[in-house]
Design a protein around this ligand. Structure first.
Ligand code: TYM
Length: 332
């Protein structure tokens, strides 16, 4: 039986956050151990160019993100791990899919609207084309499932629409992908403003936990986490801060929300925040240690990325050839 394909990626901007870990990476770790799946995990470096990057910092950050995937336990023997820009078919398929995407639907994407309002001096074509490149990432490999946080759901729906449109225009070519979004932790909120998403580009350092933060940083940020004044630990729309902390606690300790509540309900806010900080630090300490080891051997990182790129290129070329043929490009 052919394995089902799983595809996901992270854009190398800012830092990998606890939100990225809980919403996406944590699920990658579960999926890689299931023999029914072949997973591909990329560093979405081309996506990151939609905002201005300092070339030297960007180059270093992409490698650092790759090492962080590995440090979290994403395993090169079980998965295909590579940099998106090392597989030219991503950009090539994007051109074809651009011709099957309407300007209207691309301009309705929430993330495009958000980002263009934040970067009014640089509303470039790439920003609008971002979800089409993401559709190419996914559709190139006949992906069945895409493990992401809830903020990527709209992009996934566009990928599905593009796939269906292409399949209807020619004949079945692309697998129509399904999102894989956990019920719990699909949207981790900012520690400084629990009504907005924890975002890797947040300028307030207290809003976000990087998976490489030191123990002191983690404990301090949880200590300062914004809650409310009624001193009861429960889930509720009126309690976004406490709800977020309970969700984080449950996710990092692999407990249900009910178990987390039963354990923490009688704590004071101060003790509860410290308890959550400890649990997060317990998760992150081995990742930090592993990361530091991995970064000492850049040649090893490069060899993993090279092997991943070769395997991904082989699969991507097969699909690209098929697509070129279907649309009628003359073949040599
Ligand atoms: P990115 O880099 O913004 O985020 C990476 C992953 O983390 C999830 N995520 C969150 N989950 C829970 N709570 C949060 N606060 C939170 N913030 C982010 C995102 O949903 C995502 O799964 N376009 C994508 C990267 C990408 C991709 C792909 C994903 C490129 N090609 C193909 C899947 C398939 C992005 O910018 O995610």
């Amino acid at each position: 039986m052919d394995k089902k394909i799983i595809y996901s990626g992270i854009q190398p901007t800012g830092c990998i956050t606890l939100g990225n870990y809980i919403g996406a990476l944590g699920n990658w770790l579960k999926l890689q151990d299931d023999d029914n799946y072949q997973c591909l995990y990329s560093i979405a470096d081309l996506h990151a160019l939609t905002v201005r990057q300092n070339p030297a910092e960007f180059r270093a950050r992409t490698l650092s993100f790759f090492a962080q995937y590995l440090a979290c336990g994403v395993c090169p023997e079980k998965n295909i791990m590579y940099f998106q820009s090392h597989v030219p078919a991503h950009a090539e398929l994007t051109w074809i899919l651009n011709c099957y995407t309407y300007v209207g639907e691309a301009s309705r994407m929430t993330q495009f609207k958000d980002k263009s309002s934040k970067h009014t001096d640089n509303i470039n074509m790439g920003l609008m084309d971002y979800p089409v490149l993401m559709a190419s990432d996914i559709l190139l490999y006949n992906t069945a499932m895409v493990p992401v946080g809830v903020d990527q759901k709209q992009h996934l729906e566009l990928s599905r629409d593009i796939a269906n449109r292409f399949n209807n225009a020619y004949s079945p070519t692309f697998t129509v992908p399904e999102p894989y979004i956990s019920k719990m932790g699909a949207k981790i909120m900012s520690l400084a403003d629990p009504t907005s998403k924890m975002s890797k580009s947040d300028e307030n350092i207290n809003a976000t936990i990087s998976i490489l933060n030191s123990r002191d940083e983690v404990m301090n940020k949880f200590k300062k986490a914004v809650t409310d004044s009624d001193n009861s630990i429960r889930i509720g729309e009126d309690k976004p801060g406490i709800t977020n902390l309970l969700t984080i606690y449950a996710a990092v300790t692999n407990k249900t929300i009910d178990q987390a509540l039963a354990e923490c309900a009688d704590m004071s806010y101060g003790v509860f925040k410290q308890h959550v900080g400890e649990a997060v630090d317990t998760l992150l300490t081995p990742i930090r240690i592993k990361y530091n080891e991995l970064m000492c051997d850049k040649a090893h990182l490069a060899s993993i990325a090279k092997d991943g790129a070769e395997r991904a290129n082989y699969l991507a070329q097969k699909m690209l050839r098929k697509v070129y043929k279907k649309v009628g490009l003359y073949q040599l």
